[in-house]
Design a protein around this ligand. Structure first.
Ligand code: SAH
Length: 510
């Protein structure tokens, strides 16, 4: 009897690029009580899971399982029998060399309901991201997906090497890197010309994608020299030559660059997605944690007396967030602000204010406090009361100049930025292993906190090969004062400006 309450979704999580997840798969992850995933399924997808979902990691690399297949199966059965909805994420497609068939059979045996959600298999997508179409009318009329994992000494083999060798099919081997020598040997021994083109694509569709090409004769040596390891797809056939013409993913401007993001995790997503779309691999080392002000009384009192103010000025997205959170917590809404004029330091802050239905009266030419001051010089500020909710530690340029113009400024701590050293060890080991190309700084505190993480380290050695990208002159000055010379500086001083400056620098370097 099928147990109707619990259910297991065998989900194809795609080959690595999180954008290749299907809409149906995403919806399943969003509603699942339990998410079970292994090393081929991108952990980025876990962000879609419910906050209280159980997240279970079940596997490392081929053969090196954290949980054996039997234990995984029993886990799925057990969770479903508790009446839970289980999303079992599998790399690529669950029914393409993914053991999804075995899992389904076992679920059936135990009377557990299941559904299969096909995914984008690496067998097709890794070659596609390497510029290799697995079929092409001029070159091949069929394609075979073959396990490269079969023990070459197995007696009753299903491997029809003579058929593979004699056809003009594109041969796509999965799990074959360790066995490459045998694959090549068997194909050649069965008559496949030794000049047949071959490609290996490792971690296809991700920013770590690595491709090597050659022929049956040369490929083993090339793979060895490139130290290319699993997981990779092996493609054999004339279509491999099309890569010369059709390669596209590895031509992205930041392809393969390993870039550290130091800003607070909650704010990193915009920068991360822009860089990832340009081919970069983003390593998130948030150096900052943003917390509400310890004493919320001053902000609350300012909001109680909001009628007394003429201007509300925001110098950061966080200022906007914490101001409105407090306003709403106090049972008020934007109607309390109808009499005020507004100023914002930059376009993103302005946009965030816009989310609350408010248009900023002032947006400076360039995005720094000095420019806000210039913008205010056109206003009559004499006797005007200004509320400035912002970080505990902040620059004094703005309040000082507004005061000089005759305004009465109430600077109020709306939030604090504190050091986040959760990822300190990860950062140090990545620097030790030379795994970082560029570190981005999006504010002065990201620089000083980054350097705090490296306290007592040999920074001269660790940072020797690293490029630094700064969001603007104030951040760059802070960097210089701490012994770091930014190689890249954004103009305009925005995230987009920073990304554009990085593209320009990498283009310059060729
Ligand atoms: N169900 C998966 C395949 C699982 S078998 C799918 O449909 O993609 C594991 C093998 O898949 C690996 O040994 C490797 O050959 C291949 N593989 C999975 N993800 C890959 C990727 N991103 N790039 C290259 N090969 C990958």
């Amino acid at each position: 009897m099928i147990d109707k309450t619990g259910i297991v979704y065998l989900i194809g999580a795609g080959p690595g690029d999180p954008g290749l997840l299907t809409i149906k798969a995403k919806e399943c992850i969003e509603s699942a009580d339990v998410v079970v995933y292994d090393y081929l399924a991108s952990p980025i997808l876990l962000k879609y899971a419910k906050k209280d979902a159980q997240i279970i990691y079940v596997g490392k690399k081929g053969g090196d399982h954290t949980l054996t297949q039997d234990k995984i199966n029993l886990l799925l059965v057990d969770k479903a029998k508790q009446g839970l909805s289980v999303a079992r994420l599998k790399g690529g497609d669950p029914f393409v060399f993914g053991r999804g068939g075995e899992e389904a059979q076992l679920l059936l045996e135990h009377g557990v309901q299941y559904e299969v959600i096909p995914g984008v298999t690496s067998a097709i997508s890794a070659p596609a991201y390497a510029g290799i179409p697995i079929t092409h009318r001029d070159h091949t009329s069929f394609v075979s997906f073959i396990t490269g994992h079969e023990n070459p000494n197995k007696e009753n083999t299903n491997m029809q090497w003579d058929v593979f060798a004699k056809s003009n099919a594109t041969l796509v081997f999965l799990m074959g890197v360790k066995n490459l020598g045998n694959i090549v040997k068997n194909l050649v021994a069965n008559g496949k010309p030794s000049d047949t083109p071959v490609a290996l694509v490792r971690w296809g569709t991700t920013s770590q994608q690595q491709t090597v090409t050659g022929t049956l004769e040369t490929i083993e040596k090339t793979v060895e020299e490139a130290k290319l390891k699993s997981p990779a797809i092996i493609v054999v056939g004339q279509v491999v030559n099309l890569r010369k013409e059709l390669a596209w993913f590895d031509k992205k401007p930041l392809f393969g660059k390993r870039i550290v993001i130091t800003r607070a995790r909650a704010q990193a997503s915009g920068l991360v997605s822009q860089l990832t779309n340009l081919g970069a691999q983003c390593l998130e080392i948030p150096t900052i944690r943003i917390i509400p002000a310890e004493d919320t009384a001053p902000l609350k009192s300012a909001i109680t007396n909001i009628k007394d103010y003429d201007w509300l000025v925001f110098t950061s997205v966080n200022g906007v967030k914490f101001f409105f959170d407090t306003l709403f917590d106090m049972g008020k809404d934007v109607r309390a602000l109808g009499h005020l004029k507004f100023a914002c330091i930059g376009p993103v802050t302005k946009e965030r204010l816009g989310d609350y239905g408010i248009v900023s009266d002032i947006l400076p030419q360039t995005y720094r406090a000095e420019s806000v001051v210039d913008a205010f010089s056109k206003e009559d500020m004499k006797g005007k009361k200004v509320l400035l909710p912002r970080a505990k530690v902040a620059r004094t340029v703005l309040p000082e100049n507004l005061t000089r113009m005759g305004a009465v400024v109430d600077e109020i701590t709306a939030y604090e930025t504190i050091l986040n050293d959760d990822d300190k060890q990860t950062l140090i080991s990545m620097l030790e292993d030379n795994k970082i190309d560029t570190v981005t700084f999006t504010s002065s505190s990201t620089v000083s906190n980054f350097m705090s993480l490296l306290e007592n380290q040999d920074t001269a050695r660790l940072l020797k090969e690293v490029t630094f990208a700064s969001i603007g002159p104030i951040t760059s000055d802070t960097a210089r004062s701490l012994g770091i010379e930014p190689d890249i500086e954004a103009a305009p001083y925005t995230i987009k400006g920073l990304v554009d400056a990085m593209i320009a620098e990498y283009e310059r370097q060729g």
